[in-house]
Design a protein around this ligand. Structure first.
Ligand code: ADP
Length: 247
């Protein structure tokens, strides 16, 4: 109950800021900026930015609630994860290029398909690769690797003998260790102002965690401040035995 009410308070707070800005702009456009085309252009720009921010927030909130609804049903389609990752990389190429970042993929030819939900998995890699591009250093490399993991499966997946492991490594500012345990909480950010400036909602990793839970997988985060971060998604590749972790 506490988590639920905190969540509603946080979501309302996140929406309240852009709404106040929009109301302020409308008031100014009807008042002092009524006959000032230069000021009008500026306020319309501001309104667009804030409306886009609200739109991203509502999209992420809806995704999260949709994923939570499905969380206890196992996905049944067979999915080619490297193919999904390549599509996401293509879609993010423009953003990466704008920051001088090169995204490299290293996928061996023979990787198993896994039972999964293609749309949800696409969102997982979209969020993780987008973060790597946003928080990676300018003119650096984001490297994505895929492999079958057997000996280093996270302890939270005790029954699994093989997982598909997809790792996304960036060379950016990294994350101080004290933040790592809370990073997948909704609206948790290391630097809220910076996240907002980059267009972040603070919900990306919460969405990743829920999708990975639904797939009975695991997410690990390794980071070295000043060096960069590695986000690894483990997805069971042979049989499904464990129950999803509590939300
Ligand atoms: P946001 O929309 O703020 O990016 P996320 O849920 O995707 O929200 O991430 C939560 C926070 O985790 C971010 O605000 C940022 O502080 C941190 N973070 C996520 N990915 C990275 C990364 N690759 N490098 C550094 N920090 C990261």
């Amino acid at each position: 109950e506490q988590m639920r009410s905190d969540f509603i308070a946080n979501a309302s707070h996140e929406l309240r800021t852009p709404i106040s800005v929009l109301l302020g702009c409308i008031q100014t456009l009807r008042g002092s900026a009524r006959d000032d085309p230069e000021a009008q252009a500026e306020f319309f720009g501001l309104m667009q930015t804030q409306a886009e921010r609200m739109s991203r927030l509502v999209d992420d909130l809806l995704s999260l609630s949709r994923i939570e609804l499905n969380e206890h049903t196992l996905p049944s389609e067979q999915v080619d994860v490297p193919h999904i990752v390549r599509q996401v990389v293509e879609a993010l190429a423009f953003n990466a290029q704008a920051r001088g970042i090169r995204i490299e993929t290293d996928f061996p030819g023979e990787l198993p398909t896994i039972p999964g939900d293609p749309d949800e998995l696409s969102q997982v890699f979209q969020n993780l690769i987008d973060n790597a591009v946003k928080y990676g250093a300018e003119d650096s490399i984001v490297r994505i690797t895929a492999r079958v993991a057997r000996d280093d499966i996270p302890p939270s997946l005790p029954g699994e003998s093989a997982c598909l492991a997809i790792a996304i490594r960036d060379h950016g500012e990294g994350i101080p260790p004290e933040h790592l345990p809370r990073l997948t909480e909704r609206f948790y950010r290391v630097d809220t102002a910076r996240s907002r400036e980059l267009g972040g909602t603070g919900l990306g990793l919460a969405i990743v965690k829920h999708v990975v839970n639904r797939h009975r997988g695991a997410l690990t985060i390794d980071s070295e401040p000043g060096e960069g971060s590695i986000f690894t998604v483990f997805l069971p590749a042979a049989g499904v035995k464990s129950e999803p972790a509590a939300a």
